[in-house]
Design a protein. Structure first.
Length: 222
């Protein structure tokens, strides 16, 4: 299946990168167990902002979008520096930052999936590319800081939210839906799932809980 990738204005793509870089710098700036200097915090912010797009384009064997224009690196760097300088202010605005971040995850998921489909990648790998595009920045952040990868923790539905949105895109496109409609639906669904996980504490079952339930079932049998 091939199609034209979902296109968003450059300013919207840069805004998504900036929000990611801002949140990455805020995360690094709040770390107490790691002694990071200003350069380290800035680099983490840039990694979060650009990481998903870089991994996406590497998987597709394409020149990363961040290398095609000056703006991506400039915006990511400025947003990371802003996140450091105004950490206390943005911490007070954390609910807004979380909401914008949820939309950003949806945008990266939609762009990654449709770009993969446009290059002729089959549906299942295209979903994988979309999810990596959405959560790649946070993975690179945690690997760089030598932390447990956040999306593997109970209560984090980053990958689940992105996966639901990307699967929806491939299904809608397979049914002949307009690519813009499919991508917009992906962004909405991904955003709602991510915000729901934050607001209502949604999570996948914990492995230990499943194991305990199995033990209980075995011991409860007569």
């Amino acid at each position: 299946m091939t199609l034209a990738p979902f296109e968003i204005p450059l300013w919207a793509d840069l805004a998504a990168v900036g929000i990611g870089a801002l949140q990455g710098a805020m995360f690094a700036g709040r770390l107490k167990e790691r002694r990071l200097d200003l350069l380290g915090v800035a680099l983490i912010g840039i990694l979060v902002g650009l990481g998903g797009g870089l991994l996406r384009d590497i998987l597709l064997n394409q020149l990363p979008a961040a290398m095609k224009t000056n703006w991506y690196l400039v915006v990511a760097t400025l947003a990371a520096l802003l996140g450091m300088a105004l950490l206390r202010l943005f911490t007070r605005l954390n609910p807004l930052i979380i909401a914008l971040d949820a939309v950003t995850i949806g945008l990266f998921a939609a762009i990654g999936t449709t770009k993969a489909l446009a290059y002729g990648v089959p549906e299942v790998p295209a979903v994988f590319v979309g999810v990596v595009s959405a959560v790649g920045g946070s993975i690179l952040r945690d690997v760089s800081l030598n932390l447990p990868i956040a999306l593997m923790h109970v209560g984090s539905l980053y990958a689940v939210a992105a996966g639901a949105g990307t699967v929806l895109i491939t299904v809608l496109v397979a049914l002949g839906a307009n690519i813009t409609v499919a991508a917009t639906t992906c962004v909405i669904v991904t955003t709602l799932i991510r915000l729901g996980s934050v607001r209502f504490g949604w999570s996948l079952p914990e492995q230990r809980a499943i194991a305990s339930w199995r033990v209980w079932r075995r011991t409860a049998r007569p």
